[in-house]
Design a protein around this ligand. Structure first.
Ligand code: NAD
Length: 357
């Protein structure tokens, strides 16, 4: 029995619809395992701008800092997508949240449920068994270094900067995770060319001495991009810098077939934030067809990582697996073989998962 306080931050668009289902899953887990979960909600994104003029009001940030975990939806609204010059924007709320909460590690598990083998654009025989956990560094690198223009604006630069402690803290999390999995860690860099990558490799090599039970390989980012498509099952845990991770995790998301299936965790030393990788999906907002499985799988990550509830987390994942095995699909993952009666809306898909929990 554990007491935990969870902040639900739905944000915009289908974020509202999928986090509502995620909360029902949390309720069900609390009931089944005799935990006591309390909840609050907070505004972010367009919803927060409309209510307060600020994409991340101080009150929301304080609630995040005071909670044990955050279940996040998505931010975004067509109004801003069509107006790049808008000064106040929903995604500013997201970036500020990551910075203020010190979320330096982004975890993205890429696991293909067997039933969805045909939903990916990669051949099933190559994909079968793929199960990768990415650790992308989230608060350093070329995104946060000095940037600017010289030469009357005709030359531009972005400085990539890493310090040892930044590599060490995410490296340690990746090694720890590898220990609980197949004990393989692939550290991705470009150490043949970049100084930041040489520092990265030195630090990972140093950490490897502390984890002799974990098999470590160092791979260049270009060959990793190729191997992810050619032979995804060779990877277990992958750790990499912000820019490389940004690109490789989007590439790897295609292994799982659909945006509606992928969850992520952003963690640091304080409150962790758990969210689907998809956005607010204006095209399907309010239609009740959004796939809630990424939000449900985000709940599984939350239970495991922030609360150390491994059994509860595995139960949620196996309930999703069973629902898929029964042939139930939301519209985005249905194919020609799916019976019409098995194509479920957001709420019905949530109910199906709850039944198996
Ligand atoms: P998106 O992820 O919202 O949608 C891309 C496509 O995938 C759409 O066709 C959508 O219908 C579909 N899709 C996404 N999630 C789905 C789900 N759960 N079930 C079924 N189908 C799903 O990306 P986009 O269209 O490029 O962006 C829409 C808005 O979301 C923009 O304002 C963008 O800035 C924002 N966005 C936010 C985040 C975030 O909050 N982390 C991430 C990406 C995009």
């Amino acid at each position: 029995m554990a007491n935990k306080h969870i902040l639900i931050v739905p944000g915009d668009g289908i974020g509202q619809e999928v986090t509502a289902v995620g909360k029902l899953v949390l309720d069900k887990i609390a009931e089944k395992f005799d935990h006591h979960f309390t909840y609050d909600t907070a505004l972010i994104g367009h919803a927060a701008i409309e209510a307060t003029g600020n994409p991340l009001p101080d009150e929301s940030l304080e609630k995040m800092q005071q909670s044990d975990a955050v279940l996040f939806g998505a931010v975004g609204h067509p109004k801003y997508d069509n107006d790049p010059s808008a000064k106040v924007r929903p995604e500013q709320g997201l970036l500020k949240m990551r910075k203020e909460l010190g979320l330096y590690a982004n975890l993205r598990p890429i696991k293909l449920f067997d039933e969805l083998l045909s939903a990916s654009s990669i051949k099933p025989e190559i994909l079968k068994g793929a199960d990768i956990l990415f650790f992308r560094e989230l608060t350093g690198d070329i995104y946060f270094g000095e940037k600017g223009r010289t030469n009357n604006g005709d030359t531009a630069f972005d400085h990539a900067v890493y310090s040892r402690f930044e590599v060490e803290r995410i490296g340690r999390k990746a090694f720890e995770a590898a220990r609980t999995r197949r004990k393989k860690l692939c550290s991705v860099d470009k150490a043949n060319v970049l100084e930041t990558s040489r520092l990265w490799r030195e630090e990972i090599q140093k950490l490897a001495l502390e984890y002799p039970d974990v098999e470590v390989e160092h791979q260049f980012v270009d060959s990793t991009a190729m191997m992810l498509i050619k032979d995804p099952t060779r990877f277990d845990v992958v750790v990499t810098a912000n820019l490389f991770g940004d690109i490789l995790t989007d590439e790897a998301s295609q292994i799982a077939g659909s945006m509606g299936m992928l969850a992520s965790a952003s963690i640091g030393d304080g409150t962790g934030v758990y969210e689907p990788i998809h956005g607010s999906a204006h095209d399907i907002t309010g239609k009740g067809v959004a796939n809630p499985l990424a939000s449900i799988l985000s709940v599984a990550l939350l239970l495991d990582i922030s609360f150390g509830m491994k059994t509860e987390s595995e139960l949620v994942i196996s309930a999703v697996d069973k629902v898929l095995k029964q042939g139930f699909r939301t519209r985005d993952i249905a194919d020609a073989n799916t019976a019409t009666a098995n194509v479920l809306g957001t709420a019905a898909m949530g109910d199906a998962v709850l039944k198996f929990i």
